[in-house]
Structure formats: structure tokens, C-alpha cells
Design a protein around this ligand. Structure first.
Ligand code: 5GP
Length: 132
């Protein structure tokens, strides 16, 4: 598990479709695709298409060990809201509206492994709380 060094992550190749993924929803701003190692019958990742999740394409801040959600500024409210709304669309498409979870693991202590902002949408079984 490597924190962000400014290098591209595997999700860049998923966005560019160099690496195939099972896409659930896509628009001009976000991509939602099935997690390769699902932790529930439905496990979809929702990511912003921009390079590191929040900074604008071409204006990257090469800051090491940056947790994507900690890069959020007021000007990012639109994309953050768009990601959350996309998670609703995913839940509806996947038929899990009776109960699901939206999670952002942030930093090593929270088991973040890919340093491109992503929302996990989990459902299709009884989920435990607290997650541990
Ligand atoms: P994190 O632990 O950073 O919150 O979650 C990263 C997620 O990305 C993990 O659940 C992991 O299974 C998923 N993942 C990592 N590499 C790939 C990949 O190449 N394709 C897909 N579809 N998911 C991936």
C-alpha cells in the first residue's frame, strides 16, 4: 500500500479504459465500476475522472502522502456532490435501495490502498456496524 506520490494510480488506466472494468454508470465527471475484490454481493467504486480525484487536470499538486478527501476545498463541492449523487444512481441500478453503505476509506489507518478518491457502494447482504 503506497500513499500518493503524485504518480498515476490503477484507476487512471480504468478511466482511460486501458484496463477493462465492469462499468455500472458513467457520465462526463464520474465513473462507477465493480470492485475487483468484492466485499459484498454489490461492491461498486465511484470515482471522479479527474487525475487525482480533486485537483484539476493539468494543475496537479505533487504532494506526497496526500489523502484525496483532505484535498477538498469549497470549489470541489460540485464534484463531491456529484459523486454522492452517482452513488444513489448506482444503488438504484443495482437494486440495493433497501440498505446499502457508501464509504470513503481515507488514509492508511482506514485501509485506503488506492490514492485516487473513490466511494465504495456496498450492499446486497446484511452489513455489520461498526465495520471494525
Ligand atoms: P481502498 O482500500 O483504497 O478504499 O479501496 C481500493 C479498492 O480498489 C479495493 O477494494 C480494491 O479491491 C479495488 N481495486 C484495486 N485495483 C483494482 C482494479 O484493477 N480493478 C478494480 N475493478 N478494482 C480494483
Amino acid at each position: 500500500t503506497e500513499a500518493d506520490s503524485g504518480a498515476p494510480t490503477i484507476f487512471d488506466k480504468i478511466i482511460s479504459k486501458e484496463i477493462p472494468s465492469s462499468i455500472v454508470y458513467e457520465d462526463d465527471k464520474v465513473l462507477a465500476f465493480r470492485d475487483i475484490n468484492p466485499q459484498a454481493p454489490v461492491h461498486v467504486l465511484v470515482i471522479p475522472k479527474l487525475r487525482d480525484g480533486l485537483t484539476e487536470l493539468g494543475k496537479l499538486h505533487f504532494v506526497s502522502r496526500m489523502i484525496p478527501i483532505l484535498m477538498a476545498e469549497p470549489r470541489h463541492e460540485d464534484i463531491l456532490g456529484h459523486l454522492l449523487h452517482a452513488s444513489k444512481i448506482v444503488a438504484e441500478k443495482e437494486g440495493i435501495v433497501d440498505g446499502f453503505r457508501v464509504v470513503i476509506n481515507s488514509g492508511a489507518s482506514a485501509c485506503q490502498s488506492v490514492y485516487h478518491l473513490h466511494l465504495h457502494v456496498l450492499g446486497g447482504r446484511q452489513l455489520k456496524w461498526p465495520p471494525g
